[in-house]
Design a protein around this ligand. Structure first.
Ligand code: AMP
Ligand code: GLY
Length: 431
């Protein structure tokens, strides 16, 4: 099988690495890809948001399967165009990707599918925003309706800050905001692979969205992740498939816009039960880095089955024992405008650490073969280990080998899970 992966982050590097381990895969191409993938994939340049250009590339490469990593190409209709050309594509249609592209649309689908989520209102003017903020009370949750690369959400006790964020969102063309009730409790990311009918959940993971330790500072695309979640209530995955993923997939099919690809369910385990925080229409970054490191079943067959409507025939997924942890190394000033162009050293030394591999994101090939920083999230250091504590130690040993001037990372990825200090106050599954 020839596979073309669209995107250039550590998530796509993780996809390439997993596909490279699948004996069914003959050749991997990545567009545009990144410097770290070049030993496993042939890199090709393309405007990922141009459906005609991506389809032409897939045809030229004789691709049997195209895997679309990021949301923007999906929303632009890349998956539709590839399928129209008769090539299997892992990723939803533009119409189905609205589940991620519009939080208001996602809320509407959840309402019809009776999926448990935060109470919310949609506003297009600031007076309505102020009224809703007062009604829901603090902590305030204000979300840009549209795509914002993980930076559209502000959660704050400060009314004025909430109002200010809403103003900025409303100032955009067709600006709309979603105001929500605050959800307490630990967060879980559950990736569900679907062909539009059948839902196959992957192993749940936890992401660390804030830039600083102890969840300080602004939201980012994600600063680290781990899997599995030993503290999660028994039956959580089955509960989420039954009450969230399957009803959502069924509702999308009922609307004539079936969702096939990856339904990313972001959850809060609140004192009143499990609630959806958000949907995404693609693999999450950095959770993918740990989930795919843990998946034993060869990936290409799974994604191909989802892309061809044959997921029901797939044998149950198999997982490695043990745990995986990833720590993101970010450039100076991220999540603001990152400082770029600095050399990165120590990647090989990091990969010499037991259980560690390093995935590239914002890097490019520099002079003398030394990669240089080229984006906000620069590297994902991924480690496996027989226990979560060992995986975490390995990950930080790896991180310690890498030098990038001004870079930063969180030091508390998976720490609370290991301490046993994550409290789930809900009644657990069935709520
Ligand atoms: P989203 O882009 O919707 O996933 O939001 C990004 C992050 O904001 C989430 O991972 C949560 O940490 C936080 N968040 C979003 N919605 C809520 C909510 N209703 N209550 C509490 N935190 C939230
Ligand atoms: N890890 C969060 C996201 O991919 O949106």
């Amino acid at each position: 099988m020839n596979v073309l992966v669209i995107g250039s982050g550590a998530r796509e590097h993780a996809l390439v690495a997993a596909l490279a381990n699948d004996p069914q895969v003959d050749a991997i191409f990545a567009a545009p890809g990144n410097a770290g993938m070049s030993s496993q994939a042939e890199l090709r340049d393309v405007d990922v948001n141009d459906p005609t250009a991506v389809t032409a590339l897939a045809v030229e490469l004789d691709a049997d399967l195209v895997v679309v990593g990021p949301e923007a190409p999906l929303v632009a209709g890349v998956a539709d165009a590839i399928r129209d050309a008769g090539i299997a594509c892992f990723g939803p249609s533009a119409a189905a990707a609205e589940l991620e592209a519009s939080k208001a649309f996602a809320k509407q689908v959840m309402h019809f599918a009776q999926v448990p989520t935060a109470r919310a209102g949609v506003a297009t003017d600031i007076d309505t925003v102020a009224m809703m903020l007062s009604e829901f009370g603090a902590p305030h949750v204000v979300k840009d309706d549209g795509l914002a690369a993980g930076k559209g959400v502000v959660v704050t006790d400060d009314f004025d800050e909430a109002l200010e964020h809403a103003k900025q969102c409303l100032n955009k063309p067709n600006g709309r905001v979603v105001i929500e009730e605050f959800l307490d409790g630990p967060e879980v990311s559950l990736f569900c692979i679907t062909d539009g009918v059948t839902v196959v959940p992957l192993q749940p993971a936890q992401d660390f969205k804030r830039v600083g330790d102890d969840d300080a500072g602004p939201n980012t695309g994600g600063m680290g992740a781990y899997t599995p979640l030993e503290w999660a209530p028994e039956g959580l995955v089955d509960e989420v498939v039954r009450t969230v993923a399957q009803p959502t997939v069924d509702e999308m099919a009922r609307r004539g816009t079936p969702f096939a690809g990856l339904l990313y369910v972001g959850l809060a385990l609140t004192s009143r039960g499990t609630r959806v925080i958000e949907f995404n229409a693609r693999f999450g970054d950095p959770e993918t880095q740990v989930v795919l490191a843990s998946l034993k079943t060869p990936l290409a067959g799974v994604l191909y089955a989802a892309s061809t409507g044959t997921l029901a025939d797939l044998p149950p997924l198999e997982w490695y024992e043990g745990a995986a942890v990833t720590v993101v190394i970010a450039a100076e000033n991220y999540p603001g405008t990152p400082v770029t162009g600095d050399p990165i050293t120590g990647i090989e030394e990091a990969e010499d650490v037991e259980g560690v591999h390093v995935l590239h994101a914002g890097t490019k090939a520099g002079p003398d073969g030394v990669p240089v920083s080229a984006g906000g999230r620069v590297l994902s250091v991924v480690a496996q280990g027989p226990t979560l504590a060992e995986a975490r130690d390995n990950a930080y040993d790896g991180v310690g080998q890498i030098f990038l001037r001004g870079s930063h990372y969180r030091t508390d990825i998976a720490a609370k899970a290991i301490e046993g200090s994550i409290v789930v106050s809900s009644q657990g599954a069935g709520q």
